[in-house]
Design a protein around this ligand. Structure first.
Ligand SMILES: Nc1ncnc2c1ncn2[C@@H]1O[C@H](COP(=O)(O)OP(=O)(O)OP(=O)(O)O)[C@@H](O)[C@H]1O
Ligand SMILES: [Mg+2]
Length: 503
């Protein structure tokens, strides 16, 4: 912020929930640079730092801007709750005047707001600053403040060594200052003590906050690699990367794994693989709902995305799972017309983060349609690898039948799996699972145990997606052929062209 102010940017827009923290650091800058500081609110108008009296007429946003323009000395003008007025055409015009006139002065206008909503006309005049969440050091100071406060109270025990202190501070990373303060306070109140065990309380608070944010979600990692049929290359690749998060891997000279993009036919195990990796690596799985990043108040999507990235870093090592990428990021090229470029900006910041992040956050993105995804995403260096998950081959289908029969407490060896695999050419893993379930229903309904014939009948009754959407799948294969790595060692049979004919 200091740099931008010194470089004489006229209007800054600071996105943050933490008005107080932002103002504290602005006050510091004003002091160092020997500038006056004014704060504006709609209720009280412009007030100079350290003064009480004000000119009530400056409550009017236009008057406030006039006041700033007429002011002679170097100064910072901090506007709180100003964003609702940005839509007013007169305010907009005046801000552009401010932008021009401030350039030749030592004055800066700073809008502080938790949401970003800059009208397109003003985009060139306003510089957006993403105010960082408290650093480890700041959180340390905050914790010390609480310790000092409660240490006078004889009813509260404080048992914190250096290590415990560091754990508590680390646990609160990703929270705002006031959220962290609340979490620490709650930890003290809960058991009348502050010690290393309170890390759990702070982490639980963080989980709550993550839940409330509505963008990220802790996903139970309840799948195992053994519940995925086939996909041997993918499994092999992932197994090798699991060890790469350790310190010894760093020592060995291995880079931190960045992430994979799983591209593939619907229902063939993309989401399943993401869940299984978390289970395999014993890392928390955070699911990012790409759609909901964009569904909030217009303009806050960028903040949503940034917050999600920061939070995932603060929980690292972890897996960040972006399911069905195309639902959120599709059409970034054309979106500049429909949503003032928000989608492409959010996407841009995601791609940059993907490439530059230093925290051990492993990204697993899944998609089943590449035509709508921005091509930048596929460029080398974004993901470690792009895997293409095709329909399962015959031996893989056998394995998938085996898994789903066993899952439903049937002995797979009591069935002719090879015959089932042969009958289910073109089926996805999910369709195989559905066929097993439907055969079970039929048997249950008839009051007997499920048989090979039930399974074959269920297969016969299914028209797999690969028949109805053959062109789409073939286009995807074509695309993936020289751009992605196959997830499986086996080649798949020719797809059938139409409905099977029964004689
Ligand atoms: N290779 C597989 N082995 C075992 N089960 C599978 C496999 N592929 C799919 N399934 C079954 O199908 C279900 C759906 O698969 P999944 O959700 O992983 O598909 P997806 O590739 O994410 O599809 P979509 O593109 O529709 O999201 C899984 O929960 C699992 O039960
Ligand atoms: Mg899926």
């Amino acid at each position: 912020m200091d740099v931008l102010i010194r470089a004489r940017y006229s209007i800054l827009y600071v996105v943050s929930w933490e008005e107080d923290r932002v103002e504290r650091s602005l006050r510091e800058i004003a002091r160092k640079r020997d500038k006056q500081m004014f704060t504006w609110t709609i209720t009280r108008g412009m007030i100079q730092e350290g003064e009480q009296k004000n000119d009530p007429s400056t409550s009017d946003p236009l008057r406030a801007l006039d006041f700033a323009m007429e002011h002679k000395d170097p100064a910072l003008f901090v506007l709180r709750d100003f964003d609702p007025f940005l839509d007013d055409p007169t305010v907009e015009r005046k801000l552009r005047d401010v932008s021009r006139s401030f350039r030749a002065s030592y004055k800066t206008l700073i809008i502080v707001s938790p949401v970003m909503c800059i009208p397109p006309h003003l985009e060139k005049d306003i510089t957006v600053i993403d105010y960082p969440l408290p650093s480890q050091e700041e959180l340390g100071t905050l914790l010390q403040g609480i310790v000092d406060q409660v240490s006078a109270n004889p009813n509260i025990r404080i048992e914190l060594d250096e290590e415990g202190r560091e754990l508590l501070v680390k646990a609160a990373l990703g929270l705002t200052a006031s959220e962290a303060e609340d979490a620490y306070a709650k930890a003290v109140v809960l058991n009348g003590a502050l010690d290393a065990d309170d890390v759990e309380v702070v982490l639980a608070e963080k989980e709550q906050i993550i839940r409330k944010s509505g963008i990220l979600e802790f996903h139970p990692a309840d799948e195992r690699f053994s519940s995925i049929g086939g996909l041997d290359c993918l499994k092999d690749w992932l197994s090798k990367r699991g060890k790469a998060f350790s310190e010894s891997a760093r020592q060995f000279g291995l880079p931190q794994p960045r992430g994979v993009l799983l591209l593939g036919v619907q229902g063939c195990g993309k989401s399943l693989s993401a869940k299984a990796v978390a289970g395999l690596w014993h890392l928390p799985l955070l699911r990012l709902d790409v759609g909901s990043v964009f569904s909030g108040v217009v303009g806050s999507s960028e903040q949503n995305m940034r917050r999600a990235m920061r939070l995932s870093e603060s929980i690292s090592p972890c897996i960040l799972w972006l399911d069905e990428l195309e639902k959120g990021f599709s059409g970034t090229q054309s979106s500049s017309f429909s949503d003032a470029g928000t989608t492409s900006r959010v996407f841009g910041s995601f791609v940059t983060w993907l490439q530059e992040k230093t925290e051990p956050v492993f990204v697993i993105a899944t998609a089943n349609d590449i035509t709508t995804l921005p091509p930048e995403l596929m460029r080398k260096g974004r993901f470690d690898e792009i895997f293409f998950i095709d329909l399962p081959s015959a031996p893989e289908r056998e394995e998938i039948f085996r898994i789903h029969l066993a899952k439903r407490k049937r002995d797979p060896d009591g069935f002719d799996l090879a015959a089932l695999a042969e009958a289910s050419v073109g089926f996805s893993g999910s369709e195989i699972e559905q066929a097993v379930i439907s055969a079970l229903y039929d048997a249950f309904d008839a009051g007997r145990e499920v048989t090979q014939a039930d399974l074959l009948a269920a297969i016969q009754d299914t028209v797999p997606l690969s028949e109805t959407r053959r062109e789409d799948i073939e286009a995807l294969r074509e695309w993936a052929n020289d751009r992605a790595r196959p997830a499986s060692v086996h080649a798949v049979e020719e797809l059938r062209t139409g409905r099977r004919i029964e004689f």
